[in-house]
Design a protein around this ligand. Structure first.
Ligand code: HEM
Ligand code: HEM
Length: 399
């Protein structure tokens, strides 16, 4: 039976299990954040520490939910020093902050994770997404800021909590710590705990203030080291691009991350009536316009696209028939490295409108990208490119 004198065995087990997990998870988070990732080995190590942090964090989230449900069914022992009003109130506020943070800290971390793409996975078979949470860098930024500040609030209250427990044990020499331990011996009957209404409200306000602080300090905004996007010259050609997309897909830690270049131009000549070389295409891509989930700034950095030094990439090719399809046979120049490439594509012609769709797979090492990341399980060598273009034929004579 639950007694008002002591904590039940299950309460104690929940307390010390969560305490242990939390005291492991916090240093893992701090270390993971600080680890360098310049080489393949370093990135793999960083990802492992992050995966461990996240997996234990998700575990503690579920343990915390069970713990809270359990606590709701329990009558817990009252304070040993009811006359110390301020101290008792502070202890209770800290308990509330700890309970709230046991849910709020892992949940904000989890939402940040689910909103990001390009990440160290949670080691479990239930997927990496959360319902209702879209992939969005700005949303990930908001929750990263909240995870950080709530984590700090949690750390501060754990320090106060431990200091309080030690003060009771060492200075007051009372049984506060002993009665939370497994062998508590005989403890005085102080009657059941009398909840103070102001304590949960004060704790909740601490979270509101922390969230406000995170916004005010700009912690909820992702700072990308903005790379200048090349101003592409306007082009005119036989065919005018109306719409389209150039997407790349990389594979990091076994998960695919897809991104697109927002700015590019294409000069296209194409005559379906010709038999052999049907035309040509020259596409210039503003590398700085790439958005690639949470790894955009890495991708644009010196080790990969080096967008600052090499602001554009160029694809020029001749268009040839290839059975029922077509092939764009030419070269791709990225970072001043020119590689011969062939891109098969399909074409649907309707009157003066053409819709093409094609793709190819590149090897990033051919372009000297990420040479220090030479382990495929961290970052695959293959990069898939998918291209769609909707173009209309420019009429030579207007009626
Ligand atoms: C109670 C559980 C958790 C605690 C106490 C905790 C605490 C922390 C701490 C202290 C940091 C480092 C912040 C700093 O550098 O000072 C951190 C970072 C991080 N945590 Fe957690 N965490 C928890 C659960 C989770 C979970 C469940 C996930 C994801 C599934 C997660 C994802 C992250 C991420 C992605 C970062 C890096 C933040 C960034 O983008 O800068 N955490 N966490
Ligand atoms: C080594 C570190 C820790 C020590 C020595 C410790 C000690 C204690 C003690 C003595 C109590 C009973 C207080 C009382 O009866 O008034 C307590 C309660 C509590 N502790 Fe800890 N604790 C530690 C770590 C943690 C951590 C890391 C968390 C959670 C993040 C936590 C959450 C709680 C909560 C929520 C209560 C209130 C339980 C309740 O009354 O329902 N503790 N702790």
């Amino acid at each position: 039976m639950p007694s008002a004198t002591r904590y039940s065995m299950i309460t104690k087990m929940f307390h010390w299990l969560t305490a242990l997990l939390i005291l492991v998870i916090i240093p893992l988070g701090v270390v993971a954040n600080q680890l360098p990732y310049d080489t393949s080995e370093q990135l793999a190590r960083k990802a492992t520490v992050f995966s461990l942090h996240k997996t234990l964090g998700v575990a503690v989230f579920f343990v915390a939910l069970l713990r809270i449900l359990w606590a709701l069914t329990q009558t817990k022992p009252g304070t040993l020093h009811p006359e110390r009003k301020i101290e008792t109130f502070l202890a209770e506020v800290v308990h509330w902050v700890l309970y709230i943070s046991l849910v709020a800290v892992p949940l904000t971390g989890w939402i940040e994770h689910a909103a990001s793409s390009g990440f160290a996975p949670i080691w479990w078979p239930y997927g990496q997404n959360l319902p209702l949470i879209p992939k969005s860098e700005s949303l990930a930024g908001v929750f990263a800021g909240l995870h950080w500040i709530f984590g700090k609030l949690m750390v501060a209250s754990i320090l106060l909590h431990i200091a309080g427990a030690l003060k009771h044990h060492i200075i007051d020499k009372d049984v506060t710590l002993v009665r939370m331990w497994f062998k508590s011996g005989s403890v005085p009957d102080v009657g059941p705990h009398v909840a103070k209404k102001g304590a949960p409200i004060t704790a909740a306000l601490a979270f509101v203030a922390a969230a406000g602080g995170a916004v005010a300090l700009g912690l909820t905004q992702r700072h990308d080291d903005a790379v200048a996007v090349a101003d592409l010259a306007e082009v005119t050609s036989d065919w005018t691009v109306q719409d389209g997309s150039i997407a790349i897909t990389i594979t990091q830690f076994g998960s695919e991350v897809t991104g697109t270049f927002a700015d590019w131009t294409s000069q296209i000549s194409f005559d379906p009536a010709t038999a052999d070389i049907m035309g040509s295409v020259e596409t210039v891509i503003a590398i700085g316009s790439l958005s690639l989930g949470s790894v955009t700034s890495e991708a644009l950095g010196v080790d990969y696209f080096d967008a600052q030094t090499h602001p554009t990439a160029t694809f020029s090719a001749e268009i040839q028939p290839d059975g029922t399809q077509f092939i764009a046979d030419g070269t791709l120049t990225i970072k001043d490295v020119t590689v011969p490439v062939q891109m098969p594509f399909t074409l649907t012609l309707e009157g003066e409108t053409a819709q093409m769709s094609g793709g190819l797979t590149l090897d990033r090492l051919d372009f000297g990208m990420g040479e220090t990341q030479n382990d495929e399980s961290t970052l695959a060598f293959a990069v898939d490119v998918a291209v769609t273009v909707l173009a209309t034929r420019a009429s030579e004579t207007s009626e």
